[in-house]
Design a protein around this ligand. Structure first.
Ligand SMILES: NC(=O)c1ccc[n+]([C@@H]2O[C@H](COP(=O)([O-])OP(=O)(O)OC[C@H]3O[C@@H](n4cnc5c(N)ncnc54)[C@H](O)[C@@H]3O)[C@@H](O)[C@H]2O)c1
Ligand SMILES: O=C(O)CC[C@@H](O)C(=O)O
Length: 409
């Protein structure tokens, strides 16, 4: 039997990692009451048990949604990443199962940019090291190697939503902004795009990384790249821990080649606030080490909670998939007076004709049809008269190549 439209009270949301209460408020206001909340990420086996009967799951950056976890999540319809990064989700596995993945691409970008600017100022002034010394009772009053941010060259690696905002704020403080990116970008203000990473590194006083975690960005700042940076320059990483070779950075801090570092993300991060943070960088006073809190402000978290919860509720209520990171995007009107069939299928030839055959063969009155595809899957939404929806759903579900289908009343 094909799955029917579920009562809202039966639709389960599993929210992990202390997602902001604004998400719960938003879901409740949309009529969803079955919400299981956890303040932490769950260990793998507990996650599989909890996700087994969840229709929606909300995570941040710690929960790894792997093939194995998806295999245990038989009822899962969509994932909400209450953050920007989606590298913690096996997107291909989600897509294969017809599970839509959403994130919040903008809500915490300002928070990250502000933290980076603060760190650039503090590190250029040597405040990190002087502060650590003062805590030990040492008084290091000196202007040696203490600089204003004004006039310094900021090299931004990855000129996306965060990199661009950072550039604008930095320019307001008098910095010379330059960036590199894999695609050509329109520079804001007086910023300049530099053709390659090596060139950017060689001519920047402060380098800040804002790339996603991909194969290409893994260890993109290794020993060779750090050596290109001018002696005494500053490195800031608030992107992903895999982007910087931490041992190479430690060696460069030890030798004094790198004058200071602000690191918010690490190759291995503690699973919870109760676990010890281990890193060779702990040995260096001239580093600002933060526990992956670039986007953790009250404002950002509240906005992310609302934004992602709204996307999940909307997808659940009427099938709209706009801004999904792995799913064909369809913006749908309401479907009052008709039942809405949602059909997700492998993007192979012949499926659309098989779908349309169902409606002509059984003389089903279709009031609206929407179709969108990506390389892997197709997503078709069909509004039909209520009396036909059971039959049509049954027939659609039996078409070869169907991944999943559901009906909304
Ligand atoms: N520390 C935190 O709390 C925190 C918060 C938000 C985001 N992040 C991380 O920051 C990253 C960037 O966020 P964003 O919103 O600016 O993303 P974005 O997608 O808007 O921008 C990323 C930019 O990097 C560029 N890029 C990709 N690969 C590259 C490469 N190999 N070399 C150079 N440029 C490359 C892209 O073209 C794009 O312009 C996110 O992917 C996320 O991992 C961390
Ligand atoms: O909130 C988090 O856990 C991660 C935040 C950040 O890394 C992001 O990708 O938005």
């Amino acid at each position: 039997m094909a799955p029917k439209s579920l009562e809202k009270s039966k639709i389960k949301f599993l929210l992990l990692e202390g997602v902001h209460p604004s998400a719960v408020e938003m879901l409740r206001s949309a009529g969803y009451e079955n919400i299981e909340l956890h303040q932490k990420a769950l260990p793998a086996e507990d996650l599989k048990a909890a996700i087994a009967n969840a229709h929606f799951v909300g995570i941040r950056s710690r929960t790894q949604l792997t093939e194995d976890v998806f295999a245990a999540a038989r009822k899962l319809v969509a994932v909400g990443c209450f953050c920007i990064g989606t590298n913690q989700v096996d997107l291909a596995a989600a897509t294969r199962r017809g599970i839509a993945v959403f994130n919040a691409p903008f809500s915490n970008t300002r928070s990250v940019a502000e933290l980076v600017i603060a760190e650039a100022i503090l590190l250029l002034r040597g405040v990190a090291a002087k502060n650590a010394a003062a805590h030990r009772g040492e008084w290091q009053k000196s202007a040696t190697a203490s600089y204003e941010i004004r006039g310094k060259r900021l090299g931004i690696v990855g000129y996306g939503n965060i990199g661009m905002q950072l550039g604008v704020i930095a320019e307001g403080l008098g910095m010379q902004v330059q960036f590199c990116d894999v695609v050509s970008k329109l520079p804001l203000g007086n910023a300049r795009q530099i053709p390659g990473l090596d060139q950017l590194l060689a001519q920047s006083d402060v380098v800040s990384l804002h790339v996603p975690e991909t194969k290409a960005t893994r260890n993109m700042m290794g020993a060779g790249q750090l050596a290109l940076m001018p002696r005494g320059s500053i490195l800031i990483n608030a992107s992903r821990g895999s982007v910087v070779d931490i041992d190479a950075l430690a060696a460069n801090l030890e030798s004094g080649h790198i004058g200071g570092a602000g690191i918010d993300v690490f190759p291995v991060e503690p699973r919870s606030n109760d676990d010890e943070f281990l890193s060779p960088l702990r040995a260096f006073d001239n580093t600002i080490l933060t526990p992956h809190i670039g986007g953790s402000t009250v404002e950002a978290q509240a906005n992310i909670g609302m934004e992602v919860a709204e996307k999940l509720a909307h997808y659940s209520d009427n099938g709209t998939s706009t801004s999904s990171v792995n799913f064909p995007e369809v913006a749908l009107p309401e479907h009052e007076g008709s039942h809405r069939l949602l059909h997700i299928h492998h993007n192979v030839p012949g499926i659309m004709s098989a779908i349309n055959r169902v409606f002509s063969e059984y003389d089903v009155n279709v009031s609206a049809q929407f179709l969108q595809t990506n390389e892997a899957i197709g997503y078709v939404v069909i509004d039909v008269d209520a009396e036909y929806s059971d039959l049509a759903l049954e027939k659609l579900t039996n078409i070869d190549g169907t991944i999943r289908s559901r009906v909304l009343f």
